[in-house]
Structures are given as structure tokens and as C-alpha cells.
Design a protein around this ligand. Structure first.
Ligand code: DGL
Length: 273
């Protein structure tokens, strides 16, 4: 049986992380699941995000995954801890589920010089305060300002971010973040959808401010994790193949996914509830 590395996102955003994982680990098999039918997760409650994420994790385990990356910040913020501390120890002791907030937090201190950073993310991620809590563990000296961007995921999923109205929403949120702390020198795009609008954000803030996306950070962290967990790394199969599943219709997924990956793919529809 194939044992791919599972990559989960509420929708298309995780494809931006998957692309970097494939680049860094070209021999590994991956299984991507997008819960497109129920996205966005950004404004959903803790309980609902946990329930949906657990269903996704159970599906990925049923497909042979021993290791899963929750590529979704919102799921990492709202569901990961319970899955790691309550679900895995009792049901799937030897399997592992990892998130994206910790690896990003571990590295952010080596990027900022002013020690003032800004975070743009979904409402759920910002309200959970996960980044502030996690970053404080590694870099207590860093000043953090945050702004939720509830319109960005719908704009990206519907490919409306490049239109005048779409750009207006993006600019408003970026300016509101910068107004909170003009000393910000680093903006973290703390949502896997946001790399799609990274160039627009860069244009707004100018070149003195670094705009950070997560794909490469997560990929480097996974490579390091696999080095440190040889037994698990050996279990993961290596045919260089990726399989795609979506809870929406496969036709829609394939069409939109190609704009995230810059290549065409074929997915399979699945019901996970
Ligand atoms: N891509 C997800 C994240 O990284 C959120 C998108 C959504 O709201 O579903 O937070």
C-alpha cells in the first residue's frame, strides 16, 4: 500500500505549500485533500473547524498516510492541538499530524531586524492568537501586530483579487495593519491562500518591508522533521506521485487548482463527512 504524506487545506491554499513540499521532497508521494465544498474555514467556530479537520485527518489516514501536514493555518490554529493531544494518543498512536504555525514562528525572529512584525491571516487564526503565543515562546522581544482579512480567501478562491474591487480590499487591510505599527519591517502572510496576492501586498508596502510566505518554511521544516524521525520517514513511500482529492466537484477543483500550481492536475471527488 502507498503511504503518501497527507497535505490538508480547507481549499486551494494548501497547494501553495504542496508545491514547495514537492520541490524539496521530489521522491515522496503526496496526497492532497481540499475541503473545497466547506471552505472557507476562516470565520467558522473552533468546534466546527475541529470536526471538519478531524474528518479530513481520518480520511487521509484511511488512504495510507502516516504523516499529515495541516497546511491550513486556520485548522492548525483551531484543531491541531486537540488532534495531537486527544485524538492521536488514543486512536492513532504511531501516526503524526503537524501544523504550519510552529515552523513559521520558529523562523520569523531570524527575518525581522526592527523586531516589529505584522501578521495578516483569517479571522479564525487571528482570533485564536496562536501566532502571538507561539512566537513569544521563541522570540519574546518581538512586537506583533495582527489584522484579519475576511475578504481575501473568497477573493482568491473566486479569482477576483486582481480586479479593482479586490485590490481595494487588500490595500485597506494592509494599510490598517501598517497603521497599527509603522515600525513593522516584516509582514507574514499567515494563510496559505495569500501567496497568490503576495505581489500585490509587496507593491502596496514597498521594498523596505519583507513579505513572507510559508511554503518554503514548511518544506524546510518537514525535511528537518523527516531527518529527525527516520523510522517514520522510511515508512513514507517514494514514487514521486501526488494524488488529489476534493470535497467539491473534481471538474471545478481541477480548473482552479491549475492556477495555484501552474500545471494541470486531475482530482477525485470524495465525501468525508
Ligand atoms: N488557507 C487557510 C489558512 O491557511 C484558510 C482559508 C479558509 O478560510 O478556509 O488559514
Amino acid at each position: 500500500m502507498k503511504k503518501p504524506i497527507g497535505v490538508f487545506d480547507s481549499g486551494y491554499g494548501g497547494l501553495t505549500v504542496l508545491a514547495d513540499l514537492q520541490k524539496k521532497l521530489p521522491k515522496n508521494d503526496f496526497l492532497y485533500l481540499g475541503d473545497n465544498a466547506r471552505a472557507p474555514y476562516g470565520s467558522r467556530s473552533f468546534d466546527v473547524v475541529y470536526e471538519f479537520t478531524l474528518q479530513a485527518v481520518q480520511f487521509l489516514f484511511s488512504q495510507g498516510c502516516e504523516l499529515i501536514i495541516l497546511a491550513c493555518n486556520t485548522a492548525s490554529a483551531k484543531a491541531l492541538r486537540n488532534i495531537q493531544q486527544k485524538y492521536l494518543p488514543t486512536i492513532e498512536e504511531h501516526k503524526r499530524v503537524l501544523g504550519v504555525i510552529r515552523p513559521t514562528s520558529e523562523i520569523i525572529g531570524s527575518i525581522t531586524e526592527s523586531r516589529h512584525i505584522g501578521i495578516l491571516a483569517t479571522e479564525g487564526t487571528i482570533k485564536s492568537d496562536s501566532y502571538r503565543l507561539e512566537i513569544a515562546k521563541f522570540f519574546p522581544d518581538i512586537e506583533i501586530s495582527q489584522k484579519s482579512c475576511p475578504m481575501w480567501v473568497p477573493l482568491i478562491e473566486n479569482q477576483a483579487y486582481n480586479q479593482i474591487g479586490g485590490k481595494w480590499f487588500i490595500e485597506q487591510d494592509v494599510m490598517k495593519l501598517m497603521a497599527k505599527d509603522p515600525a513593522i519591517d516584516t509582514i507574514l502572510l499567515g494563510c496559505t491562500h495569500y501567496p497568490i496576492v503576495a505581489e500585490i501586498v509587496k507593491e502596496i508596502v514597498g521594498e523596505d518591508i519583507q513579505v513572507i510566505t510559508q511554503g518554503e518554511i514548511i518544506a524546510n521544516s518537514l525535511v528537518d522533521y523527516l531527518h529527525r524521525h527516520e523510522k517514520l520517514a522510511k515508512k513514507c513511500t517514494k514514487n514521486g506521485e501526488t494524488t488529489y482529492y476534493t470535497t467539491e466537484t473534481a471538474f471545478d477543483f481541477d480548473k482552479k487548482a491549475s492556477s495555484f500550481l501552474n500545471k494541470s492536475i486531475q482530482s477525485t471527488h470524495v465525501i468525508i463527512s
